[in-house]
Write a protein that binds this ligand. Structure first.
Ligand code: ZN
Ligand code: ZN
Length: 92
């Protein structure tokens, strides 16, 4: 068994192990090339979750995950409760 020569079954970008897709590149690198993006660096494989674009809570000093209305779940609920109280506590 001779050492396997560089096959074309794989992406030709160094360090990329993804299967060949087109023109010597894997799907990700081929897409990059077509988009005119940099070819170096491995393709980031997202586990399927949403992109890390979400901002955290808008409250100063709070670094919890964003939940809604720019707030984390805690502050969101707090804010909501406050609104409800305001409405209920409104004297007629
Ligand atoms: Zn690749
Ligand atoms: Zn918060």
């Amino acid at each position: 068994m001779a050492g396997r020569p560089r096959t074309r079954d794989k992406c030709s970008v160094e360090g990329c192990d993804s299967p060949h897709r087109a023109k010597g590149y894997c799907t990700g690198h081929y897409a990059r090339k077509r988009a005119g993006l940099k070819m170096d660096g491995p393709i980031a494989r997202r586990p399927g979750g949403p992109p890390a674009k979400q901002v955290g809570c808008a409250v100063d000093g709070c670094d919890r995950e964003h939940y809604g209305r720019g707030l984390c779940v805690n502050h969101y609920n707090q804010d909501r409760r406050r609104r409800m109280q305001n409405v209920e506590g409104e004297p007629e």
